[in-house]
Write a protein that binds this ligand. Structure first.
Ligand SMILES: [Mg+2]
Length: 277
C-alpha cells in the first residue's frame, strides 16, 4: 500500500524559484483531501513560503502536508499553524570554520569578485551557500561567470582539503553548497519514514531529476517507487491521474488519455492507501 506522495519543488511542482500556478495549487489542494503529501527541496523555508504556502488555501488539509527544506535537515508540519519539528543546524564553531575556509579558498583561487550583488555567503542553518557574485546577481552576469565550472572546481578543491568533514557541492550558476555529508533526497525520505512512520515502500516520489546525477535520484536509489516528470505541466497530468484513480466513482482506467503516462503511473496507483478509507 502507498501512503505518501513525495514531490520535488523546483522543476516539478513549479518552475525554478517560481510560485505554484493556479492549476497546480488546485490539484495539490485536492490531493491533500485523500493522501499524505510531502515536498522536499534543497531550498530553505522562505522559498517554501513564497512558492507554495502563499498560494495554498489555509485550511485543515494542510495537516496532511509535510515540508522538508534543505533536503530534510529541517521538517515542518501543520497543526493549526506551521511548526518546525527540528532543524539540524551547524554549530557556531562549524559555521565559523566553513565561512573562514570559504573566504580563504576564494582569495587563494584568485576569484574574489570585484562587484557583488548582495551577500556572497548565505547561512541556511544546516547549509552554507556561497554565491560568487552575491545572492541577488542578475542572471546575465551569473551565466557568464563560470559556465564550465572551471572557477568553482578550483575553489572546491581548496575547500575539500580544508573541510574534509563536510560535503562541498557545486550548484546553480555561481554557487557552492556546504552541508554535512550524506544530505540528499535519500536523507529526506528516510526522515519522512522516521517522523511519519511510513516505510520507504509505502511512498511514491515524483521529481524532474530522476536520473543518475540528478538530485531526485537518491530517493529512488533508497528504494522509493519513482515517477519521473519533465516539468510542472507533466506533474499536473500525473496528479490528475492519481486523483482520478482515487475517485471511487470512476472506472480504474478512465484517467488515461496518454499511454506513456499510464505506463508510468498505473503500476503505483492500485496500491495507494486512501486516508479516508
Ligand atoms: Mg527539481
Amino acid at each position: 500500500m502507498k501512503k505518501l506522495i513525495v514531490f520535488d519543488l523546483d522543476g516539478t511542482l513549479a518552475e525554478s524559484k517560481s510560485p505554484l500556478d493556479a492549476e497546480m495549487t488546485a490539484l495539490l489542494h485536492e490531493l491533500l483531501v485523500t493522501v499524505k503529501v510531502a515536498i522536499i527541496s534543497g531550498g530553505d523555508w522562505p522559498q517554501f513560503e513564497k512558492q507554495v504556502l502563499s498560494h495554498l488555501p489555509q485550511d485543515d488539509r494542510l495537516g496532511n502536508l509535510s515540508l522538508l527544506p534543505t533536503c530534510g535537515t529541517k521538517f515542518f508540519r501543520h497543526d493549526g499553524a506551521w511548526e518546525k519539528l527540528y532543524s539540524e543546524d551547524f554549530t557556531a564553531e562549524e559555521k565559523a570554520k566553513i565561512v573562514g575556509s570559504l573566504g580563504k579558498a576564494v582569495e587563494d583561487a584568485g576569484f574574489h569578485a570585484a562587484k557583488l550583488w548582495g551577500e556572497a555567503i548565505e547561512d541556511r542553518g544546516s547549509q552554507i551557500t556561497y554565491s560568487a557574485l552575491g545572492q541577488h546577481a542578475p542572471l546575465s552576469e551569473k551565466t557568464n561567470w563560470d559556465p564550465d565550472f572551471a572557477k568553482r572546481t578550483k575553489i572546491k578543491a581548496r575547500l575539500d582539503a580544508a573541510l574534509p568533514e563536510f560535503s562541498v557541492r557545486m550548484g546553480g550558476a555561481t554557487s557552492i553548497d556546504i552541508t554535512k555529508p550524506g544530505i540528499d533526497k535519500a536523507y529526506g525520505v528516510r526522515k519522512l519514514r522516521d517522523i511519519l512512520g511510513v516505510s520507504l515502500k509505502e511512498m511514491i516520489v515524483v521529481g524532474d531529476a530522476m536520473f543518475p546525477g540528478g538530485n531526485d535520484y537518491p530517493a529512488e536509489q533508497a528504494g522509493v517507487v519513482a515517477i519521473a516528470v519533465r516539468g510542472p505541466e507533466d506533474t499536473k497530468r500525473v496528479v490528475q491521474a492519481i486523483l482520478a484513480c482515487l475517485d471511487d466513482d470512476l472506472p480504474p482506467d478512465s484517467f488515461v488519455g496518454d499511454h506513456a503516462l499510464r505506463s508510468r503511473v498505473s503500476p503505483c496507483l492500485p496500491m495507494i492507501d486512501k486516508l479516508s478509507s
